[in-house]
Design a protein around this ligand. Structure first.
Ligand SMILES: *Cc1c(COP(=O)(O)O)cnc(C)c1O
Length: 406
């Protein structure tokens, strides 16, 4: 790979010009065919059917279920409501075991219903729940487990299923990152009693805001359909406690349009991933979270792990250097749910049982990818990282400019 010439004073962090004129973001939305979307929006306006199980929502649910090979898909207004609905429909209570290494919504969806999230550590290789520690956290109050397929990396679903069955616990998955990913040839969405997706703007497939619950359990499907629509079973007939979790038609229009471009999004993401793999190869202390090429994957997250002992540059300094260059890298899920409120106050010592989560939260750096990121962008980002870590890794100026936090 050709190196760009950078000298230390040219880094924007030290007053140079940023290498990118416009900021590059993690999770810039993937947008499908604009004309197809606008046609759908026109149809929708002509029909004057904007919400309440419209034709686009129905079509979107069918297509998602078909794509995943799952019996039922319930489209909802966002991933957090999807989690809350399943948690309630499964009658979870007391304590539910989840990873702390996840987006805060996984924990909040429980606490919101006064269920205690019990934080379990993750396997440092897969970044997902460690089923062996999990078993030791089960108490008489435990009612369920929520695994998170973080970065689209499948949880150890076999062991989790075994542990859940052995202890008569409900098992569900937060698959917010995992649309389009498979495990041993089966699409994620088919595991546990139910799985939940987010179609937030930053996710692989988006519906502006949106989410879905998928399940092979027909009774649960019936219950969730009532719950997401105030418990209505026809005009004037409420037969259950419910909320408003409905997906709107314009969201489903975006969802259908996104699905049409799904393979193209994967192709772009995969190409970017391979460019990162090549561009970062051999930089000491910098490793790219590996994607299993034998499985289907959406390649939506480019996840670096920074081993500071080797790089001699802290992850947080690297983050600042990249931000100064207009590369808005992110530290997902720093500092971990257990270090955020209200959990930090409730469980001030939770970190003692979460050594791998704490290490990971200090190591991980997420880089931009998706259809808004070009191959040239990726190669420039890699060259900046290589320069900072390799060429200058003994430079006193860098090492003396550690600043605590952003
Ligand atoms: C995005 C996300 C959610 C929440 O989804 P929203 O659609 O934003 O409500 C939940 N869990 C994880 C792991 C997520 O990344």
């Amino acid at each position: 790979m050709k190196h760009i010439d950078i000298t230390i004073s040219e880094l924007a962090f030290f007053g140079g010009e940023p290498k990118f004129k416009e900021r590059l973001f993690v999770g810039r939305p993937n947008i499908g065919n604009r004309d197809r979307l606008l046609d759908r929006i026109n149809d929708m306006l002509d029909r004057r059917w904007l919400s309440n199980n419209g034709v686009f929502v129905q079509e979107f649910e069918l297509q998602v279920a078909k794509y995943l090979g799952v019996k039922h898909c319930i489209a909802v207004c966002n991933g957090t409501i999807a989690l809350e609905l399943v948690i309630r429909a499964l009658e979870l209570k007391g304590e539910v075991i989840i990873p702390s290494f996840t987006f805060i919504a996984t924990a909040h969806a429980l606490q919101w219903q006064e269920i205690t999230p019990v934080f379990c550590d993750v396997d440092p290789k897969t970044h997902t729940l460690n089923p062996w520690q999990l078993e030791s956290l089960i108490t008489p109050r435990t009612s369920g487990i929520i695994g998170v397929h973080v970065w689209g990396q499948p949880c150890d679903v076999e062991t989790l299923t075994e542990v859940a069955n052995k202890h008569h616990l409900k098992l569900m998955f937060d698959a917010s990152h995992a649309f389009g990913c498979s495990h041993r040839g089966t699409m994620l969405g088919n595991f546990g009693t139910a799985e939940v997706f987010s179609f937030h703007a930053t996710k692989f497939i988006n519906t502006f805001e949106g989410g879905a619950i998928v399940t092979n359990d027909s009774e649960l499907n019936q219950k969730l359909r009532l719950m997401k629509n105030f418990g209505f079973a026809g005009f004037d007939n409420v037969i259950y406690l419910g909320t408003n979790g409905k997906m709107s038609e314009i969201s489903a229009a975006m969802g259908l349009t996104s699905l049409e471009s799904l393979e193209e999004f994967i192709e772009v993401n995969r190409h970017n991933y391979l460019c990162y793999l090549e561009g970062l190869a051999g930089i000491p202390g910098v490793s790219l979270f590996p994607m299993n090429e034998a499985e289907k994957h959406n390649y939506q997250y480019v996840v670096l792990e920074i081993d500071e002992e080797q790089t001699q540059v802290s992850r947080d300094l690297l983050l600042k250097i990249l931000h100064a260059e207009n590369v808005i890298a992110r530290r997902y899920f720093y500092p971990g749910c257990h270090r955020m409120e209200p959990y930090r106050s409730y469980f001030p010592h939770a970190g003692l049982l979460l050594p791998e989560t704490e290490k990971l939260a200090r190591r991980v750096l997420i880089l931009p990818t998706g259809t808004a990121t070009s191959k040239a962008d990726v190669s420039k980002i890699c060259q900046i990282i290589r320069f900072v870590v390799v060429s200058q890794f003994n430079d006193y100026e860098l090492n003396s400019s550690r600043i605590d936090d952003i």
